[in-house]
Design a protein around this ligand. Structure first.
Ligand SMILES: Cc1cc2nc3c(=O)[nH]c(=O)nc-3n(C[C@H](O)[C@H](O)[C@H](O)COP(=O)(O)OP(=O)(O)OC[C@H]3O[C@@H](n4cnc5c(N)ncnc54)[C@H](O)[C@@H]3O)c2cc1C
Length: 372
């Protein structure tokens, strides 16, 4: 069986590892020109569901790379008001040295690429496919094509595979924008950061619809390109941020970070100092999008996983973990003679539960109402 995976993101790479380990003929096609660093980063919480999926699909050497490049585990999730008064706090036992509880997105993807050199093709932007009596023929933007028995769309929230397979499937913009940034964890920053921000994921809100999330990324083994940092993300609607999408997505990193600095000007001095200490060039904006219902379809040769089929807001910390779950379930289906329908049935049930939880959390956390 030949499997062609579109997208070398978290789900596509995990699936490729699982299939390669089982001896399946697999190729991953990624539109990025190379695996080199580009702005894409955030700290991703890995849940026990994600850890279990990684253990199921990864060969031991790759799993060791994932563990080595993960972040030091934290022991706290907490919420604050803008003056840093604690609103809620949950303390966890510190995870063991072989546990993966959060990762840096770039470092994680690089670790997941370990051993895939011969099956990973960069600069391949999927454009369309046709089903043939024997399988699928896939076309790329560079004019080349590939044939496979099974095509897996693992090409993220804007999936073109989904666009061809399910042209009527809606992805909803929940109206929340994030300005993502990084504060390098220098000794001076460690000295001014509230202790909780160095222990785990923290969210502060001023009650007007503005929120700011912070999470430490303290590497076990840092990538060559950068070191430990504090993830810092401002969230709000366009109205609350005082900018249109047209303006926001055309801004320079310095102007984006100017919005963050203005937004927290009246907040606790420690938060203001952290914002002042950020690496301004790292700033970039994100739109939060979700599906409402995970779709079903019928095809013997084409399937989807991860954000390509069930994009969700980050409010439940579940998108990547659900993509990993999909990868493990699809590996099992493709290596044990099951049909794709059985994978789709389980993926839809599991994905829908995660989407519903993320919708409920997003309404509570961001104060928005998401149309059903
Ligand atoms: C701010 C933020 C914080 C988050 N935090 C968490 C968290 O803590 N925990 C969690 O579980 N999830 C989190 N998520 C969600 C998580 O990042 C996604 O759910 C996850 O990356 C989905 O993985 P994926 O493999 O489906 O898609 P992606 O990781 O998006 O990968 C898709 C890949 O496909 C490639 N591609 C796209 N189009 C094409 C094409 N036409 N041809 C070829 N390749 C293509 C892309 O370049 C990319 O490499 C967060 C998301 C955001 C925005």
């Amino acid at each position: 069986m030949r499997v062609a995976i579109m997208g070398a993101g978290i789900g596509g790479l995990a699936l490729a590892q699982g299939l390669l380990k089982a001896g399946v003929d697999v190729t991953v096609f990624e539109r990025d020109p190379s695996p080199q660093y580009r702005k894409q980063g955030y700290r991703i919480h890995i849940s026990p569901v994600g850890e279990e999926a990684l253990a199921a699909v990864l060969p031991d050497a790759v799993r060791r790379r994932v563990i080595a490049t993960a972040t030091q585990p934290g022991d706290l999730v907490a919420g604050f008001d803008a003056q840093l008064n604690t609103q809620f706090e949950q303390v966890f036992p510190v995870a063991g040295p072989d546990s993966v509880t959060s990762v840096d997105r770039y470092a994680f993807r690089r670790a997941l690429m370990t051993g895939l050199d011969d099956v990973l093709e960069f600069g391949k932007q999927f454009t369309s496919y046709v089903e043939t009596p024997d399988g699928v023929e896939v076309a790329f933007a560079d004019g080349t094509s590939a044939v496979a028995d099974v095509l897996v769309g693992a090409d993220g929230v804007g999936s073109r595979v989904r666009g061809s397979l399910l042209p009527d499937q809606d992805v909803v913009d929940i109206g929340v924008r994030c300005i993502y940034g990084k504060v390098p964890l220098t000794p001076a920053v460690r000295a001014i950061a509230p202790a909780a921000f160095l222990r785990g994921f923290c969210f502060a809100s001023d009650g007007s619809g503005l929120g700011a999330a912070f999470g430490p990324v303290v590497f076990r083994e840092a990538p060559a390109e950068y070191g430990d940092y504090l993830m810092a993300v401002l969230t709000g609607t366009n109205e609350v941020l005082g900018t249109s999408d047209e303006e926001l997505f055309a801004m320079s990193p310095a102007d984006l970070w100017g919005i963050v600095a203005r937004s927290v000007a009246d907040w606790h001095p420690a938060i203001r100092s952290l914002v002042d200490a950020a690496e301004v060039d790292a700033a970039f904006p994100i739109t939060l999008r979700t599906c409402i219902d995970v779709p079903s379809w019928s095809s013997e040769h084409v399937t989807l996983l991860g954000d390509a089929v069930h994009p969700m807001t980050p409010a439940a910390g579940a998108g990547a973990n659900t993509a990993l779950w999909d990868a493990a379930r699809l590996t099992r289906a493709l290596t044990s003679g099951e049909d794709l329908a059985s994978y789709q049935r389980d993926m839809i049930a599991n994905g829908q539960a995660a989407v519903t939880e993320s919708l409920e959390n997003a309404e509570r956390l961001f104060g928005v109402s998401i149309p059903a």
